[in-house]
Design a protein around this ligand. Structure first.
Ligand code: NAD
Length: 497
């Protein structure tokens, strides 16, 4: 099978296979279909890799069914634990290659991937490895005897992953799915699928039996849709846009009512009270909208600042976030990578334009004319005094664009923050612990961080309220989405003596 040679950090070269990973082998798509990949920082072509179509998805499902029936359903929890721990060790060993791939393929800063995303993925595998032999049911008493519950896997499951943090988000699905005893078919994002090719090599090296994990690059409207409609897939976990999430739910309803977990978009409020630790609040609110160019579902894209510190805050926020060194994400001197694609850049620039056209005041950014046109660079941009009803305050941008507004009271800011059809994540900055907890409890979101932004840990659940999704990744709660509960009720008969 052909390979793509990647030039990673410090010029180190390595190869990844280009095929679909089915039955622990790399194979071309049956139709020969491929997708062409480019480096978003330079526009340089990286290579072509196989693109799965319906027939390839069907083959991965058959491989998973066979693996589940013949091997995986009889594999002891301790063996699943050991395999996941081995995979974590291998990811840690090859962290520099995984982070290099995310840099050249998705435009993610190498230092962010190496320092945060890869370690988080490793930790997630280890966390769920620890759960593999602890997924016990309960024992209950009944008037006629007793009952017990079992947490059983679904068998053949699927995951569809976006491009913005592809390895980390894949680990959020792969680790709990396998720990719970499922086989998993992963569809990697067609814009940035190369991490999946490397991950597949590690899955094989770790010793997972053939068919337990399949990794397929493929178009959403082709491979993704086939997974969503497939009658023999019983659970699908999706991370991506709300529009595609709805289509997946509809496909499940039309076909076999497979269980669906959705992690969708967000328009995260970061709330800064006047008693907040100043430098800490500035650091995290800046990170919350500039990290990975704001291409983060939990991005702190709405920043509400208390009136008495508003002017000073926006001056210092601007000083901290407006100047970034745009360039090659592999270099340690770069502080801003490109957006993932020209399409994503166009979407973001159009939303900036909409903000201007509605008369919203720009604090900084908005003009890409000084950035290298070969890469998909968008300057860090902030709007101030943004009205609650303006497009830029309501719509998810998925780019480095902050919408800032002032507030007077706690009640007012809670109402502003909750005035969104999204409900994924929020951040609260205050040194008054009572206020911070009161506000956190009042926010209609699945995750609140106090005096920090966006921190995800393997042991804390992550997912959305309202239109940000259903079900949870991470934490012990994710395991509820990868198991189904069976109750066995036993009528205890009197002894026949
Ligand atoms: P997207 O919805 O376009 O694509 C996500 C995945 O879905 C890709 O793998 C794509 O190939 C696939 N897909 C596309 N059409 C499909 C279809 N008809 N059927 C099945 N699969 C299909 O999203 P994106 O542009 O890759 O990612 C950006 C969006 O994802 C943003 O809205 C962002 O907020 C959201 N996101 C959410 C989280 C979270 O955890 N909540 C994390 C990251 C991104």
């Amino acid at each position: 099978m052909a390979t793509i040679t990647i030039t990673g950090v410090e010029g180190r070269k390595f190869d990844v296979p280009t095929g679909l990973f089915i039955n622990n082998e790399f194979v071309p798509a049956k139709s020969g279909a491929t997708v062409s990949l480019e480096n978003p920082a330079s526009g340089a072509k990286l290579g072509d890799i196989a693109s799965a179509e319906a027939a390839d998805v069907d083959e991965a499902v058959k491989a998973a069914e066979t693996a589940y029936k013949t091997v995986w359903s009889q594999t002891l929890p301790e063996q699943r634990r050991n395999l996941l721990n081995k995979l974590a060790d291998l990811m840690e060993r090859d962290a520099a290659e995984l982070a290099s791939i995310e840099a050249v393929d998705a435009g993610i800063l190498y230092r962010d991937s190496f320092g945060m995303a890869v370690p988080q993925a490793v930790e997630t595998c280890r966390y769920y490895a620890g759960w593999a032999d602890k997924l016990d049911g309960d024992s209950l008493s009944l008037a006629m005897g007793m009952a017990y519950t079992r947490r059983e896997p679904f068998g053949v499951c699927a995951a569809i992953v976006p491009w913005n943090a592809p390895l980390m988000i894949t680990s959020w699905k792969l680790a709990p799915a396998l720990a719970a005893g499922n086989c998993l078919i992963i569809k990697t994002p067609e814009i940035a699928p190369l991490y999946g090719q490397k991950l597949a090599m590690l899955v094989k090296e770790a010793g997972f039996p053939p068919g337990v994990v399949s990794i397929l690059c493929g178009l959403g409207s082709v491979a993704g849709q086939r997974l969503a409609e497939h009658p023999d897939i019983h659970k699908l976990s999706f991370t991506g846009s709300a529009a595609v999430g709805r289509a997946i739910l509809a496909a499940s309803a039309r076909t076999n009512l497979k269980k669906v977990t959705l992690e969708l978009g967000g328009k995260g409020p970061s709330i800064v009270f006047d008693d907040a630790d100043w430098n800490n609040a500035l650091f995290w609110t800046t990170a919350g909208i500039t990290m990975n160019n704001g291409q983060i579902c939990a991005a702190g894209s709405r920043i509400y600042v208390q009136e008495s510190i508003y002017q000073k805050f926006i001056e210092q926020f601007s000083a901290m976030s407006r100047d970034a060194v745009a360039g090659d994400p592999l270099l340690s001197t770069t502080t801003k990578g490109p957006l993932v694609s020209q399409r994503q850049k166009d979407t973001v620039m159009n939303l900036i334009k909409a903000g201007r056209e509605q008369g919203t005041k720009i604090l900084h950014g908005g003009d890409d004319s000084e950035l290298d046109p070969k890469g998909h660079f968008v300057p860090n941009t902030a709007f101030v005094d943004v009205g609650a009803d303006s497009t830029i305050m309501r719509q998810e941008v998925f780019g480095p664009v902050a919408s800032i507004a002032s507030f007077k009271t706690e009640e007012e800011v809670v109402a502003l923050a909750n005035d969104s059809h999204y409900g994924l994540a929020a951040a609260v900055f205050s040194n008054d612990i009572n206020k911070a907890i009161r506000v956190s409890n009042a926010l209609e979101v699945g995750q609140v961080t106090v005096n920090m932004w966006g921190v995800v840990t393997a042991n804390t659940a992550f997912g959305g309220y309202k239109e940000s999704g259903m079900g949870r990744d991470l934490g012990k709660e994710a395991l509820d989405g990868w198991t189904q509960v069976k109750s066995v009720k036993v009528h205890l008969l009197k002894a026949n003596i």
